[in-house]
Design a protein around this ligand. Structure first.
Ligand SMILES: *Cc1c(COP(=O)(O)O)cnc(C)c1O
Length: 375
């Protein structure tokens, strides 16, 4: 096997992958309408349910060809009855994306905004549900990847169910990283993409959701042709295939990634992400960097770091210095504060973070940015 340069991606996905996952894409050409391919997808869909401990009688997984945002689009446009309303519990950029999807489709919705560095106030969520009995779908983001804050999904889900609404959660940056349990976490629909927690390639996204709710949604207004959840579900039920061409090679990579996921194990993998996260914090603390979100509220996967107050600080220059040496750091996603992000996703471990901080320190010295950094 040819050796492939190993880059350490500290951006929030696509993540660093193993060589075995990369090479799993190099296979004989196949038409994805062959039975062989459909049976591969069947196993893949069952494995996705296992990751979130979903009973296959009650839940199913539906695959789409696209990046993670397709899941947000599909869930919102497909799961709203004609007289329903969406409540988006919004404390960050990814829930804001869901609000934008509602705006594009003209879906009745409430954008319940909270500050990006604060947890949503559950009392306000409950009051909003009480005052708006037409809310049929409550939506939030598990780990707001823009800041790294972990939202209390179990509690929000309980409130949604108490008020007869379904609960849809964007778990793109927690699925297959932080343990999730559909039933215990009160989730009706969750979602992710292969290039994030699963450490596979971009191009495959999936929704895990409640079968009965999807069946009922057959009668809901159809607002998209390509991105309708019921149509894709029904096609899988009838044929075991995707309605249109699947991302063939990405599916091979994802199947290999799932093997590696189960070999590593849910808990061991989460422990690894946590120790990578701790190593990121240790490195940042030593250099005096400050993060945006209270430490105890962070999900353990994204650290959002404030730009230091130093005339020589230049994110692009520091990024380029690290990038040339095989380490990718990522800009922030908070409109009001200048930040950058370091993430613990991917097939990396503590020694990769230690190697990164050597290079990062060199970059700071190289550009005469004084350490410990000042604010
Ligand atoms: C990555 C991510 C997405 C999907 O983004 P794409 O650019 O479409 O892949 C959606 N939600 C969250 C929370 C994410 O981290």
């Amino acid at each position: 096997m040819q050796s492939i340069k190993r880059n350490i991606l500290l951006n929030p996905g696509p993540a660093t992958t193993t060589d075995t996952v990369k090479m799993a894409q190099v296979v004989p050409d196949i038409c994805p309408r062959e039975q062989e391919f459909a049976s591969m997808m069947k196993g893949l869909r069952e494995d996705l349910l296992k990751i979130v401990h979903a009973d296959p009688q009650k839940y199913t997984s539906v695959l789409f060809c696209g990046s993670g945002t397709i899941n947000i689009d599909v869930c919102l446009n497909s799961l709203l009855p004609s007289d329903g309303k969406v409540l988006v519990v919004n404390n960050g950029a990814y829930s804001t994306r869901a609000v934008e999807v509602c705006e594009f489709y003209g879906l009745p919705h409430i954008n319940l905004k909270f500050p990006v560095d604060q947890l949503p106030d559950l009392k306000v969520v409950e009051k909003t549900l009480q005052e708006n009995p037409d809310i049929t779908l409550v939506y939030t983001t598990h780990n707001e990847t823009g800041t790294g804050i972990l939202n209390p999904i179990r509690e929000i889900g309980a409130l949604a169910h108490k008020h007869n609404a379904i609960f849809v959660v964007d778990t793109t940056s927690t699925f297959a990283m932080r343990p999730i349990d559909m039933e215990k976490d009160n989730i009706d629909f969750c979602m992710a993409s292969a290039q994030k927690g699963l450490m596979a390639m971009a191009g495959l996204s999936f929704i895990v959701g409640n079968r009965a709710v999807i069946e009922v949604s057959k009668a809901y207004p159809k607002r998209s042709y390509y991105c309708n959840l019921y149509l894709q579900y029904e096609y899988f039920e009838k044929t075991g295939e995707m309605h249109f061409t699947p991302p063939v090679q990405t599916i091979y990579a994802t199947i290999q990634a799932l093997k590696e996921y189960f070999a590593e194990g849910e808990i061991a993998k989460w422990e690894r992400h946590k120790r990578v996260f701790e190593a990121i914090h240790k490195g940042l603390d030593e250099l005096g960097f400050e993060d945006v979100i209270k430490r105890e509220w962070q999900a353990g996967l994204v650290v959002s770091v404030k730009y230091p107050n130093d005339a020589n600080w230049d994110f692009t220059k520091v990024h380029d210095y690290c990038y040339e040496r095989g380490f990718t750091i990522y800009p922030g996603k908070i409109s009001t504060t200048n930040t950058f992000r370091l993430c613990s996703l991917g097939a990396i471990d503590v020694e990769d973070i230690e190697a990164f901080f050597k290079v990062f320190k060199d970059a700071l010295n190289h550009y005469n940015i004084s350490t410990p950094v000042k604010y």
